[in-house]
Design a protein around this ligand. Structure first.
Ligand SMILES: [Zn+2]
Length: 330
């Protein structure tokens, strides 16, 4: 009989092996993107199909010669990604058929009865999407402190960059010993909407299901995996005294809507402080957003500073093959 502890360890080890096999730790050492779990599954030759499942998050169906995986279309992208990683876990362990009403509960110690197969798949999913090295890489990139990881707005922003739910990240931070259980319990008890409101300021998203990203210069070069209603709140330092302004026209050319564009006042006492421009963008786009700061009389490409973001703002996967498979077959 596999104990629960062993099952968690098995899942963690299996995820680490797959990270190594795919060279993911080196590839993502800069904390510039989440784990592309659907891309990995496509790379491994796994067939993943999205369907509007009723009362089921996903299923793993090992058939002779081929393993099939189904994931619901009825949950947000972050839940779809965790479910897909859970089913990938079943595949890696060559488990029997699994129909999953829920994922993520078993590895968290919430239930007394447990199925070792489900605990292995959950532990795999958690470790595959949120290994300590990837959390550390993102935290380093953002220049956050360990103390900041006890605060909801930071944990929420980190969850967006890892492409996981806020709650799943609270469990992972606790599991890795990055925050104590009491802090994790407190974070889980808070509604995630509060963190969205903090980030959104006075611009409201179309729905509070959408996410609100606080995009900073630290995100330069990063991949932002979000949804069509998400707000990207950019805080940009602007050398206005030297005549520099950020040119946001590239955002509009890419298909983004500028919901807000304001200059934040510089506190009088902060001598030499640079004015900050706050721009809130939204739209269902895919592509590279290159923003440049330049003087009004200078041509494009002659910038004083630039920022580049890889945007994938389609939100949840819809019925059929995952986007990554459709793009590669096209
Ligand atoms: Zn399962």
């Amino acid at each position: 009989m596999v104990t629960k502890r062993d099952a968690i360890l098995n899942g963690t080890i299996k995820a680490t092996e797959l990270h190594k096999q795919l060279g993911l730790q080196q590839a993502l050492a800069g904390g510039q993107a989440p784990i592309d779990v659907l891309g990995v599954m496509h790379h491994l030759g796994l067939v993943v199909i999205f369907r509007p499942l009723e009362g089921l998050l996903g299923a793993y169906l090992p058939l002779p010669g081929v393993a099939g995986i189904i994931v619901t279309t009825k949950r947000p992208l972050q839940v779809q990604r965790f479910t897909a990683a859970h089913e990938l876990g079943h595949f890696m362990f060559k488990h029997a058929v699994s129909t999953d009403k829920d994922v993520g509960f078993a590895a968290r110690g919430e239930i007394k009865r447990y199925d070792p197969q489900e605990v292995e798949a959950d532990a795999f999913a958690s470790e595959f999407l949120m290994p300590k090295w990837l959390i550390a890489a993102h935290v380093r990139r953002q220049n956050w402190t360990l103390n900041e990881l006890r605060l909801q707005p930071y944990v929420y922003q980190l969850s967006l960059r890892l492409g996981v739910s806020y709650e799943a990240l609270c469990w992972a931070l606790q599991g890795h010993g990055i925050i104590p259980r009491t802090v994790a319990d407190d974070l889980r008890a808070r509604e995630v909407k509060a963190a969205k409101q903090v980030a959104a300021g006075d611009v409201k998203p179309a729905t509070w299901w959408a996410d609100v990203w606080t995009v900073r210069e630290q995100d330069n070069g990063a991949t932002l995996l979000g949804g069509p209603d998400d707000l990207l709140v950019l805080n940009l330092q602007e050398h206005t005294t030297a005549g520099y302004r950020w040119d946001l026209s590239a955002a509009e050319r890419l298909g983004l809507t500028i919901k807000q564009d304001t200059q934040l006042p510089v506190p009088q006492m902060e001598i030499g402080a640079m004015p900050t421009r706050r721009a809130t963008l939204q739209g269902e786009v895919e592509g590279t957003l290159l923003l440049e700061q330049r003087r009004a009389w200078e041509a494009r490409g002659n910038a004083g500073a630039s920022l580049k973001f890889e945007l994938s703002l389609h939100g949840k996967e819809s019925s059929g093959l995952p986007r990554v498979a459709r793009l590669k077959h096209a």
